[in-house]
Design a protein around this ligand. Structure first.
Ligand SMILES: [Mg+2]
Length: 425
């Protein structure tokens, strides 16, 4: 028994450390869909307007791009650059229809699909890459896109060990091309990557980096932490360093895992591994407070409490289910911390997540019977009112006094995505 358990654990550790992520990005998506639907538009410069009569283009065809037209340009600029451009009002129902087909198509290769936008997905091929090579999967996806979505559609594909690099690879790949970032070419590609090909470095950050005389990722990597922190703050300083090194610890999150209103979750990725129990405790409490506050805002309460940890090549997920409902940060934290303590986690921690499930509408439950409970509920309500008036964490638990308060990643934005794609997966 001992030996078998050891073998399984060895396999688990192996698969946790060797991620294979594929990013597929439909080229010039809106314009290609219009060209697919209307063959007279093929081979022509096409600009998409948000609605008829609007004054800037929200997307354009490759033919328009080669003439210098870019997304977001005003109509006046577009028409002076490319007088023969054909302007078409956006048809989002039509784009959604193609997106659903695209999702069905990529879901044949793995169930670990993250919808990143209407025309972009991440596939986690970690558990299948020994059966089918990622290159094979990439070529097959490209073949099927033109076969099933239409010959006017094409996609670029990036393959790498994390989402940041996979997306960078598809951005650097030529139209309908495939690029894999490996240990061998990573440093060279990072050094060559323009900031606008790097997910996370938007035009505002680019402008601020340029103002400091920083024009490349290796330059960011070589800038001392304290200078980056001073210029970009405690969030963006360390984040830029990670990006510059090609580091990304965010998992592929499937629509199923986003959870609907069946659970409320909060996650956070630390900027460096930690083994400091006080820091871990502080971040957990922080995440629990955020989740509990969200629950109360939604008028919900729950009785299942979950914890997710990653780091040092390991990951673990677990939960406990209670008999009584709660929306109190302190109660939820007690449960989550009990899970954490029971694991005796001895590895570095990089990613932490907490969730509350088995939710119920609070108004449907009976009021608390005991005075202590009633008092604690009134206290929580008062704290919420203070925080809503004076900003998050104006009043907060003492365990958050040391260390910095983090703004966790909420699932609201992705929750919206789930709503948009309901029924499609
Ligand atoms: Mg695209």
């Amino acid at each position: 028994m001992g030996r078998k358990a050891l073998d399984i654990r060895a396999l688990f550790v192996f698969t946790q450390t060797m991620l294979v992520i594929l990013h597929a990005d439909l080229n010039s998506f809106f314009a290609s869909v219009e060209q697919q639907e209307n063959p007279t538009l093929r081979g022509q410069p096409v600009g998409i307007l948000k609605a008829a009569g609007r004054s800037c283009v929200i997307a354009c065809s490759d033919e328009a791009k080669t003439q210098g037209v870019a997304t977001g340009m005003s109509l006046t600029d577009v028409e002076s650059l490319c007088p023969e451009i054909i302007l078409v009002p956006a048809n989002f129902d039509r784009y959604f229809f193609y997106t659903r087909q695209f999702l069905d198509l990529v879901s044949r290769y793995t169930d670990r699909v993250e919808v990143f936008s209407l025309d972009e997905v991440f596939l986690d091929l970690t558990h299948t890459h020994r059966l089918y090579s990622p290159q094979e999967v990439a070529r097959d996806i490209q073949r099927r896109v033109s076969l099933e979505l239409g010959e006017a559609l094409g996609c670029s594909i990036g393959i790498a060990k994390n989402k940041l690099l996979a997306k960078l690879a598809s951005n650097l790949a030529p139209r309908k091309g495939i690029l894999e970032i490996t240990e061998q070419n990573q440093a060279r590609l990072l050094a060559q990557a323009p900031f606008d090909a790097v997910c996370g470095i938007g035009y505002r950050l680019t402008a601020r980096l340029h103002a400091l005389g920083i024009y490349s990722l290796p330059q960011i990597a070589a800038t001392p932490d304290r200078l980056l922190d001073a210029a970009f703050g405690p969030f963006w300083g360390p984040r830029l360093k990670q990006i510059a090194r090609g580091e990304d610890y965010s998992p592929v999150v499937t629509l199923k895992e986003l959870g609907d209103a069946k659970s409320v979750s909060r996650t956070f990725t630390l900027f460096a591994d930690t083994t400091n129990p006080r820091q871990i405790k502080g971040v957990l409490r922080n995440l629990v407070e955020e989740a509990a506050f969200k629950l109360r805002q939604m008028g919900l309460t729950g009785r299942q409490f979950g914890l997710s940890l990653r780091g040092g090549g390991r990951s673990r997920v677990g939960h406990v289910t209670g008999k009584t409902f709660t929306d109190s940060g302190r109660d939820i934290f007690d449960r989550v911390y009990t899970i954490y303590s029971s694991w005796r986690w001895r590895y570095p921690v990089r990613f932490l997540g907490v969730w509350v499930g088995l939710l119920a509408v609070k108004d449907n439950l009976s009021l608390p019977l005991f005075t202590a409970e009633q008092r604690s509920q009134r206290l929580t309500e008062a704290i919420d009112r203070v925080n809503l008036t004076y900003g998050d964490y104006a009043v907060h638990p003492a365990s958050l006094l040391f260390g910095q308060i983090v703004k966790p990643e909420a699932n609201g934005y992705l929750g919206d995505k789930k709503f948009q794609f309901r029924g499609s997966l």
